[in-house]
Design a protein around this ligand. Structure first.
Ligand code: ZN
Length: 156
């Protein structure tokens, strides 16, 4: 099995058996993201406690396998982590997808499986949709002083 085959299997596994799928009742950051180019829609929920730990992360949505598996991978990568670690994972994923940086598997986990999407530039937005939406949600959370935040993001 080539690395490419392995990565394809990781993506399809997250697509068929998404992790952390479904609403999170006690979320204090609620986000919606759309990628009109492909028709991808995701909704993200995060619970962040007073100490800045992400105690819950969940998503729901529909769209292509890249967008949905990426959201599943993302929730798994940030749940249970302090905010600083989540920022590092997002930055690592975005630099891999957008700048072609060599990914750090220890940091990104299954996120490295999406590196091959770079070969299909039109699909990069599918892969980064949930991560960009999460970044905006964390930014809003930081400025909201503990208040519940909701936001909508559209890839343009
Ligand atoms: Zn898509």
């Amino acid at each position: 099995m080539t690395l490419e085959d392995l990565y394809r299997e990781v993506i399809m596994d997250h697509y068929r058996r998404p992790r952390n799928r479904g609403a999170l009742a006690d979320a204090n950051v609620v986000m919606e993201g759309v990628n009109p180019l492909c028709g991808d829609e995701i909704k993200l929920w995060l619970s962040i406690d007073d100490a800045g730990l992400i105690t819950g992360a969940a998503f729901d949505g529909h769209g292509c396998s890249i967008s949905q598996s990426s959201a599943s991978i993302m929730t798994a990568a940030v749940v249970g982590k302090p905010l600083a670690d989540a920022h590092a994972v997002i930055a690592g994923f975005r630099s891999m997808m957008l700048e072609g940086e060599t990914p750090d598997e220890a940091l990104l986990g299954d996120g490295v499986a999406l590196e091959g999407v770079r070969k299909f530039p039109v699909r990069i937005k599918c892969a980064v949709l949930s991560w960009n939406t999460l970044q905006l949600g964390l930014d809003e959370h930081a400025t909201a002083g503990g208040q519940r935040v909701e936001l909508h993001h559209s890839e343009s």
